[in-house]
Design a protein around this ligand. Structure first.
Ligand code: FAD
Ligand code: MLT
Ligand code: ZN
Length: 486
């Protein structure tokens, strides 16, 4: 259905003033709609003429019911920091942006259960929890802009999944609005509730395909009193694996992050930031290890003993232990800063993959070799590719393979796809470990999921959203017009 001024009038009457309805139908609102129409990578362009910012669950419900009745396609949007183009209205869907639903509803200091609106920014929630000596069980580089609803919808993994586990375990309840406007109140605060299907799980990682998450209850752990960070350089991926094994053995319950960065990623970050490197010499691989425990001296000693051991055994070549808060942040910046710096030259081809650990880094080498022998990598502007880098969440077997380019280039893309996906399928890995399918990976789901699994997903999608009001990552064939092409 085509959007009309009558529809816009309904939304204005419902949501009030202009700040809640960004209307590009009755006037030229290209600039105002720009932020809703483009993604963080500036890779995907949307064409919406209308963005709505409801302030309550009831408003979301009325908006969705109306859209359902009128067959108007919608796309939920949180902080718009997603890396697969899932939040962009690539056709002309109405954007439903959750940023005005930003209230912390309650926090129980005994149980650690936090209840929030879906539009609360992750960092805002974590800062609130810090004052109560608790921590949000998810942390990621986009924490300053991503929303908890977006985190739930993507089932974001982030930097400390190895310690706090996945949102599938930490989220206790979800309030969501279904496409027909039904408010699904499953905002339970119970850790145990074996009374039938656990339907909220469908919304965790559901990428906004069956409804809009409006409220979330999350179990938040106690904030650790002692956090230590070490950064070290290694000569081979074999050594990285040995170091990880040792870290698990020696740091066990206090290990809260084990992140991998290859030398290429650090060289590129250095080239962009010009910051002083943490270590004197250069190495093919780097790891960042974080511990979180309750006794600063005891944990520090444990980490120092671990470093001494891995250096003594020549597993690690050089290392540094942060001495204060600012050094911890500085070491983390050599990991968290990679994503942003890679966009410096133009575009980035991003692959977020689960791969069995022994082979995790081989994909980076194989891809680099493939692009080099095709003559696509070089230092001058004649070459489209600037560099091929690997980094990621070693503790979760999650590699980020990134190809930084001077421009998006069809020849580069043809060399990468389906090569990367075939490589992953051969090893029974996943083509999307933590970012989701979105628009970027939608066509490739078959490399990670069987025909039967995709059929089951499509059945669930059709059950919740029979008129295809929302995009579908598993659709083939159509119920209604444009959104069904998703
Ligand atoms: P958006 O980008 O707005 O939306 C993402 C998807 O969720 C879309 O499909 C959208 O339609 C849907 N959606 C959003 N809100 C709702 C809602 N309320 N209800 C239903 N559907 C909704 N991801 C990781 O997993 N780990 C990382 O370590 C990580 N680091 C990052 C670092 C940087 C610098 C950046 C830019 C991104 C990073 N990401 C990471 C990706 C991204 O931040 C996450 O996917 C995040 O969870 C998206 O949240 P958002 O609010 O920005 O969602
Ligand atoms: C990360 O781990 O840094 C994020 O997932 C973002 C990225 O893939 O670059
Ligand atoms: Zn990641």
């Amino acid at each position: 259905m085509v959007l009309t001024s009558e529809h816009v009038k309904y939304f204005k009457d419902l949501l009030g003033g202009n700040s809640a309805v960004i209307d590009g139908l009755s006037r030229d609102a290209t600039e105002d709609l720009e932020a809703f129409n483009s993604d963080w990578m500036r890779k995907y362009k949307g064409k919406t003429k209308l963005a709505l910012k409801p302030e309550s669950t009831e408003e979301v419900s009325k908006v969705l019911k109306y859209c359902n009745d009128k067959m108007l396609a919608v796309v939920p949007q949180g902080g718009n920091s997603g890396l697969v183009g899932g939040s962009v209205p690539v056709y002309d869907e109405i954007v439903i942006n959750l940023s005005r639903m930003n209230k912390i509803r309650s926090f129980d200091e005994v149980s650690g259960i936090l209840v929030v609106d879906a539009g609360v920014i992750l960092e805002v929630a974590d800062n609130f929890l810090a004052e109560k000596n608790h921590i949000f069980p998810l942390d990621l580089g986009a924490k300053g802009s991503c929303q908890i609803g977006g985190n739930i919808a993507t089932n974001a993994g982030g930097l400390r999944l190895l310690r706090y586990g996945s949102l599938h375990g930490n989220v206790l309840g979800i309030e969501a609005v279904l496409p027909d406007g039904t408010i699904m109140d499953d905002l339970s605060k119970l850790r145990k509730n074996n009374t039938g299907y656990d339907i909220k799980q469908l919304f965790i990682g559901g990428e906004g395909t069956i409804g809009i998450v409006t409220g979330v209850s999350v179990l938040c752990p106690q904030r650790s009193k002692a956090v230590n960070v070490a950064f070290f350089g290694l000569e081979s991926y074999e050594n990285v694996q040995m170091a990880y094994r040792e870290a698990k053995g020696q740091l066990s319950e206090i290990l809260s992050a084990f992140e991998l960065m290859d030398g290429h990623s650090q060289n590129m970050l250095h080239a962009v930031s010009q910051k002083k490197r943490p270590l004197e010499g250069q190495h093919p691989f780097y790891c960042l290890v974080e511990t979180s425990g309750s006794n600063i001296d005891h944990d520090g000693e444990k980490l120092e003993a671990f470093l001494e051991h891995v250096m003594g055994e020549e597993i690690v070549s050089d290392g540094v232990l942060a001495q204060d808060e600012s050094q911890k942040l500085s070491l983390w910046s050599w990991r968290e800063g990679i994503t942003e710096c890679l966009g410096h030259w133009g575009g980035v081809y991003k692959y977020d993959l689960s791969i069995p650990l022994p082979e995790l880094y081989s994909l980076v080498e194989d891809t680099r070799e493939r692009l080099t022998s095709a003559g696509l990598i070089g230092e001058s502007d004649d070459y489209p590719v600037v560099g091929v880098v690997g980094y990621g969440h070693m503790g979760d077997s999650n590699l980020h393979l990134n190809i930084a380019t001077r421009r998006f280039d069809k020849e580069v893309e043809r060399k990468l796809e389906p090569f990367v996906y075939e490589w992953i399928a051969k090893r029974n890995g996943s083509i999307s470990a933590e970012h989701g399918l979105g628009l970027a990976k939608k066509a490739f789901i078959g490399y990670s999921r069987s025909h039967d699994m995709i059929r089951l997903m499509r059945q669930i999608k059709n059950l919740y959203d029979p008129v295809s009001q929302f995009k579908c990552q598993f659709a083939s064939g159509a119920a209604n017009d444009k959104s069904a092409e998703w």
